[in-house]
Design a protein around this ligand. Structure first.
Ligand code: PLP
Length: 381
């Protein structure tokens, strides 16, 4: 079955008791058992819940994995992966990653005696050189956040496996519509389901998907032991949203390309970061690795520094000034002051996240309305 069909049908079979086309939402925290010491399919909702299981089945299918786990947030999903490691292990992560992941690795995970270092993952050679004998996990995002850098997932998988490490890919920005990292050799795919999977700015969620059952078991053990599971209401909302995932993402990519082209030609814009533009350094790789679109995030720098960028993000009317991304509403933000404020400034600048950078999440509004909104806001520069 094609992706769009699986998004609607896998895990979402009609309710056998009533024939309801939409499976019911199971809110029960606990389940009656056949007898003492005898266990039914479900016993307690932290360990398993039918509504969550339905979503997990859809997600495993869309990512081409054997098992998916749904978490209460994206950060809970990232944290669960880091809990596979022990004191003395090393995590190698990309420089162009979500600010919250940076914070988790540098300010929480390191407390457990786990070493963390960053590398520019767009250069496979540098990734290979940055491995240490104790590296157990390589963590990447492609496209990266907020500079939309493109990392060669297959090349990273080869390097990681050569060193006996796992490759985990935060696939939030690409979505399985455009990129399926497990097919490229990754061991773990992670999503903030809060973004494109949920798609409507009305739920928080996180996802892990794996291609191999033993790793799935280990992660399930961590999830059940630590407890950050997705609730039944959010699981239902996410399943509902996934039915339109492909349609939304393809349309959002189409609009993002038009917005990027408009910005690239604008005199007040100094630089545009969008992998769909031929001048983007990762364009050729994105063409190979992303199927049928380059994502719906666009970043750009305006002339005039932090204050000019601040005026622009404060002047849009349709683009809402908010962190997050991936929903039907378009959003605008200034990473230096918002999504990436948790970076040390020195580190942030060293990683190319400049004060005048603006990040857009392109929604489903008409492209001409979004472009007109940006045009009037850019008069503030
Ligand atoms: N990864 C990426 C790329 C994100 O953008 C985010 C949130 O913005 C996260 C992870 C964290 O997800 P959550 O906010 O659902 O915890």
């Amino acid at each position: 079955m094609q992706f769009r069909t699986r998004a609607i049908h896998v895990g979402q079979e009609p309710d056998p008791n009533t024939g309801a086309v939409v499976p019911p939402i199971h809110v029960a925290s606990t389940f009656v058992q056949p007898g003492p010491g005898q266990w039914g399919r479900y016993d307690y909702s932290r360990s398993g819940n039918p509504t969550r299981a339905a979503l997990e089945a859809t997600l495993a299918s869309l990512e081409g994995g054997c098992r998916a786990l749904a978490f209460s947030t994206g950060m809970a999903a990232v944290h669960a992966v880091t809990m596979l490691l022990r004191s003395g292990d090393h995590i190698l992560a990309g420089t162009d990653i979500y600010g919250g992941t940076y914070r988790l690795l540098h300010k929480i995970v390191n407390r457990a005696g786990i070493e963390v270092s960053l590398v520019d993952t767009t250069q496979p050679q540098r990734v290979a050189e940055a491995f240490r004998p104790n590296t157990r996990l390589l963590w990447i995002e492609s496209p990266g956040n907020p500079l939309l850098s493109i990392t060669d997932i297959a090349a990273c998988a080869q390097v990681a496996h050569r060193h006996g490490a796992w490759l985990a890919v935060d696939n939030t920005l690409a979505t399985p519509v455009l990129t399926r990292p497990l097919e490229l050799g990754a061991d773990i795919v992670m999503h903030s389901a809060t973004k494109y999977l949920g798609g409507h700015s009305d739920l928080l969620g996180g996802v892990l998907v794996v291609g191999k059952a033993p790793l799935g078991e280990e992660l399930y053990f961590v999830q059940n032991a630590t407890g950050a599971v997705l609730g039944p209401w959010e699981s239902f909302l996410c399943s509902r949203a996934i039915k339109t995932l492909e349609l939304r993402v393809r349309e959002q990519c189409h609009t993002a390309m038009q917005v990027a082209q408009f910005l690239a030609a604008h005199p007040k814009v100094e630089r545009v970061y969008y992998p769909g533009l031929p001048e983007h350094p990762g364009h050729a790789l994105a063409r190979r690795q992303m199927q049928g679109g380059f994502g719906a995030m666009v970043s750009f720098e305006v002339s005039g520094g932090f204050d000019a960028a601040k005026r622009v993000v404060g002047a849009t009317r349709l683009f809402r000034l908010a962190v997050s991304l991936g929903a039907v509403e378009s959003l605008i933000e200034q990473p230096a002051a918002m999504s990436h404020a948790s970076y040390d400034r020195k580190d942030r600048l060293a990683h190319g996240i400049r004060d005048e950078l603006i990040r857009l999440s392109i929604g489903l509004e008409a492209p001409e309305d979004l472009i007109a909104d940006l045009d009037q806001a850019l008069q503030q520069v």
